[in-house]
Design a protein around this ligand. Structure first.
Ligand SMILES: [Zn+2]
Length: 136
């Protein structure tokens, strides 16, 4: 999660909403990414979406079985949907997103995917808060 936070800080420095993600398999980082929606002018350029694509490229297969995604913010419904399709084994997220998180919107994660929330929650949430304070 610390590495995901580093990615989020990179997004912060680029004036992107600070969300970072890494994908790990067998204790090895195989993908790291951060939100790039502003740079790419693409609302789908969330950290998780890029992490899924780059992890699948690394593995040479579309499914992420055996992988864990660490992401600083609760995935949105788009990312939860993409993670569903990836059949990823585990999702660990930091801060909850009460408004736009997949839980609030009733999106399903794959039933075989284990979800752990609240890891480094305070740090992840503080980064978001300071980003939006800077914006105002
Ligand atoms: Zn998302």
């Amino acid at each position: 999660m610390k590495k995901a936070l580093q990615e989020a800080e990179m997004a912060f420095d680029k004036d992107e909403i600070p969300v970072g993600a890494v994908v790990v398999i067998d204790n090895k980082v195989i993908a790291r990414s951060h939100n790039l929606t502003e740079l790419l002018n693409d609302v789908t350029a969330h950290a998780e979406m890029q992490a899924i694509t780059s992890a699948a490229n690394f593995l040479g297969g579309k499914y992420l079985k055996g992988c864990t995604l660490y992401v600083t913010l609760e995935p949105c419904q788009m990312c939860a949907g993409a993670l569903y399709w990836s059949q990823i084994s585990k999702i660990v997220f930091g801060a909850s997103d009460e408004k736009r998180g997949y839980k609030a919107l009733g999106t399903q994660i794959h039933p075989k995917t284990e979800v752990i929330s609240g890891v480094l929650e305070k740090e992840c949430a503080e980064l978001m808060t300071s980003f939006f304070q800077k914006k105002r």
